[in-house]
Design a protein around this ligand. Structure first.
Ligand code: PGA
Length: 252
């Protein structure tokens, strides 16, 4: 049995004060829903204060990115051990990073390996663009992101990762995929290539989240699918009642 997870990706939103306020609202709403793993991923600047606010709660914390080098002259970057000091998770290869910041399957691979080395749980994002989807390239793109992004992980490391399937055309657009369509991509283009590297049993054991315009009103459609284990939530993670609705749907 895979435990459901709902993770909030705040993206470039929330100052320290705003992030702490959101947590003070959210903690009492979702802290008791122990059947779901609940995680928030603030921007780097709010990570310390949010992680302090979360101490003593059941809610986990993560970053939205990291750099693969250990330390040194990499202006503007954040090292894996700096993240590991403050959180348990890290989002890697989000489509916005791939689109706006030149991330490739190769950089995703380096970051995933670095995160694992420092005891972080990577949430590795994959997904096709609208053009790729309409051009019949979903399988090639998504399975390629899995095969290349997870290359060289030991079986033990591969068992620790979480994958998020986020069709790019569904992110922030209000245009979510349908539950069955997302499930098919996850079963055939994520679990299958993963199984080709790490075996069928391991492929059935990892958690795969859906992301892209998830909200309280459509969450149940995704969580009812056999291969979807939760959600990576952007917009709806910025308001405590909206995020709570999704966590409750995952618990139901
Ligand atoms: P969205 O973002 O929920 O606002 O569509 C999801 C994500 O990008 O992780």
């Amino acid at each position: 049995m895979r435990k459901p997870m709902v993770a909030g990706n705040w993206k470039m939103n929330k100052t320290v004060a705003e992030g702490v306020k959101l947590m003070e609202e959210l903690i009492p709403m979702i802290n008791g829903i122990s059947s779901v793993d609940r995680v928030v991923c603030p921007p780097f600047t709010a990570l310390y204060c949010v992680s302090e606010t979360l101490k003593g709660s059941e809610i986990g914390c993560g970053a939205q990115d990291l750099f693969w080098e250990e330390k040194g002259a990499y202006t503007g970057e954040v090292a894996p051990n700096m993240v590991a000091e403050l959180g348990q998770y890290v989002i890697i290869g989000h489509s916005e990073r791939r689109t706006y910041f030149g991330e490739t399957n190769e950089t995703v691979n380096k970051k995933t390996l670095a995160a694992l080395k420092h005891g972080l749980t990577p949430i590795v994002c994959v997904g096709e663009t609208l053009e790729e989807n309409q051009g019949g390239k979903t399988e090639a793109v998504v399975s390629g992101q899995i095969l290349e992004g997870l290359k060289g992980l030991s079986a033990e490391e591969a068992a620790k990762i979480i994958v998020a399937y986020e069709p790019v055309w569904a992110i922030g657009t209000g245009l979510a995929a349908t539950g069955p369509d997302a499930n098919k991509v996850i079963a055939d283009y994520i679990r299958k290539p993963y199984a080709s590297m790490y075996g069928e049993e391991a492929a059935q054991a990892i958690r795969v989240l859906y992301g892209g315009s998830v909200k309280g009103s459509n969450a149940a459609e995704f969580f009812g699918q056999p291969d979807i284990d939760g959600a990576l939530v952007g917009g709806a993670s910025l308001k405590a009642p909206d995020f709570t609705e999704i966590v409750k749907a995952a618990a139901a």
